[in-house]
Ligand binder design. Structure first.
Ligand code: AMP
Ligand code: MG
Length: 322
């Protein structure tokens, strides 16, 4: 199969209607989309990505009314998050309605649902008579794609079309937010593109982080995920350089280069912006991987804004090689 890249949403629409897969741009990362009502199309996602069957998919819908039809109820605090942050980099995990197939949720009675904030994909969704399921458009376990070119690197020859929407604005997967119906509390199941501070500001209380690395239904939370092929270590880069300086290393810094280090080094944001660092993270990880070094050393991000989500991805990549 030849994979084409372009901006033709009518082509994307026709392919999706016929049960083919299309890679679609979102503000978080590129998704590998299928018609959510087409079981053979959903099956293709698992085959193409080599995704474990127990790893459920995120349902992508075009507007807030659509969310209502695919869940049983929306608690008030979640409704507030939907009203303020959707479309946006946040996914809601709620009890599913009967319209959602078990194939989407991998047998769970909860569905993960979100409205992606990308003009091309919103336009596409508005022209379709069905919602899309779309996990990240990478081979399972590898770094998620944040450009059409990244999608081609992993999926060339395996899908017919990549809808090119440019670079992803956020660059990290969505934050997955659930709800504890007993305690009436918002839970964060996966850190991501919407910061903890933004969520707490919206619900006007502290939220609980509930990331269970071993839960079989939520492998997006598995400890080793999002990995580079090259082993990676996360800590203070200056001290790691003294420790591993004899190896062939690549260094990824947050805001500035390390003076006096002659080897290959990257900076995630020269503007001291943690959001820009998040946006560049996956493409820089790929570039660092391409150096085929012995080791990638990455600076830990500060604990505010998207910093914890960046660190989460880095620590999972690190764990993959332990
Ligand atoms: P990806 O889009 O590749 O980030 O994968 C989607 C991720 O969303 C999964 O790996 C899970 O962590 C999470 N997810 C999706 N649906 C569910 C669900 N029904 N229950 C729990 N987690 C889910
Ligand atoms: Mg993924």
């Amino acid at each position: 199969m030849i994979t084409e890249v372009g901006t033709d949403i009518f082509k994307a629409k026709t392919l999706l209607e016929s049960g083919s897969l299309v890679s679609i741009p979102t503000e978080t990362v590129y998704g590998l989309a299928a018609n959510a009502f087409h079981s053979e199309a959903i099956e293709k996602i698992y085959v193409v990505k080599n995704r474990p069957r127990f790893n459920p998919l995120i349902l992508h819908v075009r507007d807030k009314n659509n969310i209502k039809s695919y869940v049983q109820e929306i608690p008030e605090k979640i409704q507030r998050l939907i009203d303020i942050h959707s479309p946006g980099p946040v996914t809601f995990l709620l009890p599913k309605s009967s319209l959602v197939s078990d194939l989407v949720t991998a047998g769970s009675n909860q569905v993960a649902i979100r409205i992606p904030n990308h003009p091309l994909t919103l336009d596409l969704l508005s022209k379709l008579s069905f919602p899309l399921v779309a996990p990240s458009a990478n081979i399972s376990g590898f770094v998620s794609p944040t450009s059409a070119e990244h999608c081609m690197q992993g999926l060339f020859g395996k899908i017919p079309y990549v809808l090119d929407g440019g670079l992803c604005n956020i660059g990290l997967e969505s934050t997955i937010v659930g709800y504890d119906f007993e305690d009436n509390q918002v839970l964060i199941h996966r850190l991501g593109g919407l910061s903890i501070e933004e969520i707490e500001k919206t619900v006007e209380e502290e939220v609980k982080i509930s990331i269970q690395h071993s839960h079989p239904n939520t492998p997006g939370q598995l400890k080793s995920h999002y990995a580079t092929k090259t082993p990676l270590k996360v800590s203070k880069t200056t001290s790691m350089i003294s420790q591993f300086g004899s190896k062939n290393i690549v260094v990824i810094n947050l805001f500035q280069k390390i003076d006096g280090f002659q080897g290959c080094q990257f900076v995630l944001s020269v503007n001291n912006s943690i959001s820009e660092a998040a946006q560049n993270l996956f493409s820089v990880l790929r570039l660092a991987d391409d150096e085929k070094a012995d080791l990638i050393l990455v600076e830990l991000a500060p604990n505010y804004g998207l910093g914890p989500a960046i660190n989460d991805r880095l620590q999972r990549a690190e764990h993959h090689h332990l």
